[in-house]
Design a protein around this ligand. Structure first.
Ligand code: SF4
Length: 202
């Protein structure tokens, strides 16, 4: 029977150099590119109905989405990487929305904002798309009718977490989208008489 002798691996200076370069590239990808990308999302707003007003409120001074680096709403898909679909989409409009998505830069993400965009909402008719995820890869669903700006911000933060974890993989590699659902935020009302806070009735 043939005997195999294990010889210890000797490290050469070249090995060390390769290892260190790999580590440097990984580190740069993880903490450089992903960090920059997650804090500089450029949304493409596709607001067709009342949810669009909440989207506008998210960009205004009270909620100030600039705190998350996502205030640069580009009305050109070629300069955007985050599609926010706010409102119902009718069948005739879907090819336009798909064209916009195709024209966006890679890597790109999609938020479906509100009940109408995600499920058709109360518009259970032949003309309204019953969920844009039948035609687009949705990464985050933001529930509500309409969702409050805080909930949309939750959705943007969910996209940031995807970018941080998932890196800069293109949409074709990511398949049908992540399909995460964020929870509506709880509103607290201030009771000045009793000096307490309580959950506000929406
Ligand atoms: S989900 Fe509600 S608020 Fe949003 S577009 Fe539909 S009806 Fe309007």
């Amino acid at each position: 029977m043939q005997k195999y002798e294990l010889t210890p691996h000797t490290t050469t200076p070249d090995d060390m150099l390769t290892t260190r370069l790999d580590k440097l590239v990984d580190y740069f990808k993880q903490y450089g590119i992903n960090w920059s990308r997650k804090n500089s999302l450029w949304p493409m707003p596709f607001a067709t109905a009342c949810c669009g007003i909440e989207l506008m409120a998210t960009g205004a001074s009270r909620y100030d989405v600039a705190r998350f680096g996502a205030e640069v709403m580009r009305f050109s898909p070629r300069q955007s990487d985050l599609l926010i679909c706010a409102g119902r989409v009718v069948i005739k409009m879907m090819p336009v929305l798909q064209r916009i998505y195709q024209q966006m830069c890679e890597p790109k993400w999609v938020i479906s904002m509100g009940a109408c965009a995600s499920t058709g909402g109360v518009f259970d008719t032949y003309a309204v798309i019953q969920g844009i995820d039948q035609f687009l890869p949705v990464d985050v669903y933001v529930p509500g009718c309409p969702p409050r700006p805080e909930t949309l911000i939750e959705g943007i933060m969910a996209i940031q977490r995807i970018v941080e974890r998932d890196g800069v993989r293109g949409s074709t590699q990511r398949g049908k989208g992540m399909g995460l659902v964020v929870q509506p935020t709880v509103q607290l009302a201030l009771d000045l008489d009793n000096r307490t806070t309580q959950e506000a009735v929406a």
